[in-house]
Ligand binder design. Structure first.
Ligand code: PLP
Length: 388
């Protein structure tokens, strides 16, 4: 039987609300005309509100990785000493992008399931006074761990050091005080908390980061921050090259919905869904990769029980129950599975996911009392006073 609905519970791309998808179906417009100017202006303002920043927000038609590469080539000169906090695959990717761009990369690495701590960053900075830039993943999607950004900012005691943050899997779902915490550059993308199809990448740039951009010979035409700002600041805002107009229509609608729900409500919803998910997993006797203290509100990494084949589990969830989960990445492949609960997801998605997981696991020999996972989640929802 085909499932009437597919539960896309991966940490991105995430479900796109129908209203957001339909907004993208609007007739094409002139990307140099006033209508596009208004579209880009509203989308940009909305992003500033969601990211709590007055900094410039640049939009590129790209995957999140494109925004990471853009940050690397606009902010660093070959040979520049950069410190990268690596808590998993995405931190490692940022380090690799910087290395390919010619930076001299120092790494502080945490064990899988643990965050890179402010103390580790502080020690690395103390040891090496030539570091000009600290790069950190806010939410490491491969392990389900959230880093303490405010804490990390607090240990950067040199005025000229920039803080660059990959918030691809957190911005819009987990609170980030971009200006309040002094984040100089933040990169994110459309396909996770922002509930849009993939294809748009965003970068916030602080005044201090602009000083760096001006001193750095940009090694990209397509990703030039200076050029993007020049076009954004025209009386009719534009982008240097043909923008992904349809995706921007979708983005504007998504941003309106997020702001209508209210940022605090959006953040609280993600926190609650994450907590219910963790409770459900524990009720099945499963072990989580990350401690609650730093467990992500957008993705939960669960250790595969002994003897359970991860591929088989994910296949069964997809084919029998219509629930799509993610496997482990890199060294965690075959060791964990990951549940995404980010963007346009709600309590009912969690209930279905937990029920499906319990049934699929039972089929693979991991048994628990009927309804145990859902019961645990229900308890969290009731105790926390759902609906919020
Ligand atoms: C934390 C993080 N950084 C970067 C990326 C890369 O984004 P993209 O796949 O859009 O290039 C992802 C994607 O999952 C991510 O979760």
């Amino acid at each position: 039987m085909r499932h009437h609905h597919q539960y896309l519970m991966i940490p991105g791309p995430t479900p796109v609300p129908q209203t957001v998808a339909l907004a993208g179906a609007a007739p094409m417009i002139n990307h140099r005309g006033p209508e596009f100017g208004e579209l880009l202006k509203e989308a940009t303002r909305g992003l500033q509100e969601i990211l709590k920043t007055r900094n410039t927000v640049l939009t590129f038609p790209a995957a999140g990785t494109g925004a990471m590469e853009a940050a690397a080539v606009n902010l660093t000169t070959p040979g520049e000493r950069v410190l990268v906090g690596v808590a998993g695959e995405f931190g490692a990717r940022f380090a690799e992008i910087l290395r390919v761009g010619g930076a001299d990369v120092a790494i502080v690495k945490s064990e899988p399931g643990y965050p890179v701590s402010p103390e580790a960053i502080r020690d690395a900075l103390r040891k090496d006074r030539s570091i000009t830039t600290v790069v950190i993943t806010h939410n490491e999607t491969s392990t389900g761990v959230t880093m303490d950004l405010a804490g990390i900012r607090a240990v950067i005691d040199r005025e000229d050091v920039l803080l660059v943050v990959d918030a691809v899997s957190s911005a819009g779902a987990i609170d980030i005080e971009t200006d309040g915490w002094g984040i100089d550059v933040l990169v994110t993308a459309s396909q996770k908390a922002l509930m849009c199809p993939p294809g748009l990448a965003f970068v916030t740039v602080s005044p201090k980061a602009w000083d760096r951009v001006e001193k750095t010979r940009a090694r990209s035409v397509y990703f030039s921050f200076a050029n993007a700002r020049k076009f954004l600041e025209k009386p009719t805002p534009q982008t240097p090259y043909t923008p992904a107009v349809s995706l921007l229509f979708s983005l504007r609608e998504a941003v309106r919905q997020i702001l209508a729900e209210g940022l605090d409500a959006v953040f609280a919803r993600h926190a609650l869904l994450a907590r219910a998910t963790r409770a459900g997993m524990r009720a099945l006797g499963l072990e989580l990769l990350a401690a609650d203290e730093w467990a992500s509100n957008t993705v939960t990494a669960v250790k595969l029980p002994a003897g359970v084949d991860g591929h088989k589990l994910l296949e069964m969830l997809r084919d029998r129950y219509g629930v799509i989960l993610a496997g482990g990445m890199g060294e965690l492949a075959g060791k964990i599975f990951r549940i995404g609960h980010v963007g346009a997801v709600n309590w009912s998605d969690i209930v279905v996911t937990l029920s499906a997981l319990q049934m699929a696991l039972a089929g693979l020999g991991v048994k628990a009392a009927h309804g145990a996972a859902v019961a645990a989640a229900e308890r969290v929802f009731s105790e926390q006073g759902w609906p919020l």
